[in-house]
Design a protein. Structure first.
Length: 152
């Protein structure tokens, strides 16, 4: 785990209340929440005053999952955060999974001699490069049939 040092500061009561409310919403300890705020601040400062969350050609994805899967992910993120010595976020986790899956799918396409053309639908490329067994749904390359075991 990374070496840490205490930081203490007197702040306005209204600001303290707001920080505590937001920290609770985020489900973080005070240390985790303040660390995240400071890291975001310095990242924004390095990016010329622009937040990494500002839309710079970025798009938002949102979807619902079962409570059971959500709790499994939450437990996994807690374990990874302890292992890494820093908060491992849901965003980071999902982006890592998506990137790995796309890299694997693109590798399958390249290995079979086809390349993903700009604007070409990745799913149709995957379907063309995936062997289909009779009477079964084709699996997408790069996905374990039970990938969720990797996070549980």
């Amino acid at each position: 785990m990374a070496e840490t040092k205490n930081l203490c500061a007197q702040i306005d009561l209204a600001l303290h209340t707001k920080v505590c409310e937001e920290r609770e919403k985020a489900g973080q300890t005070t240390s985790q929440y303040i660390t995240q705020l400071l890291m975001e601040y310095y990242e924004m400062k390095e990016n010329g005053g622009e937040s990494s969350m500002e839309n710079k050609g970025n798009r938002t994805m949102a979807f619902q999952i079962s409570e059971e899967l959500f709790q499994r992910i939450k437990r996994y993120l807690e374990r990874e955060s302890k292992h890494l010595g820093r908060k491992y976020t849901q965003r980071e986790f999902v982006l890592d999974l998506i990137t790995e899956a796309l890299d694997a799918a693109e590798a399958v396409g390249e290995a079979s001699g086809t390349r993903q053309e700009e604007g070409e639908d990745l799913e149709s490329t995957l379907a063309e490069n995936t062997p289909v067994e009779a009477e079964s749904e084709p699996e997408k390359p790069g996905y374990d049939a039970d990938w969720s075991t990797a996070i549980g």
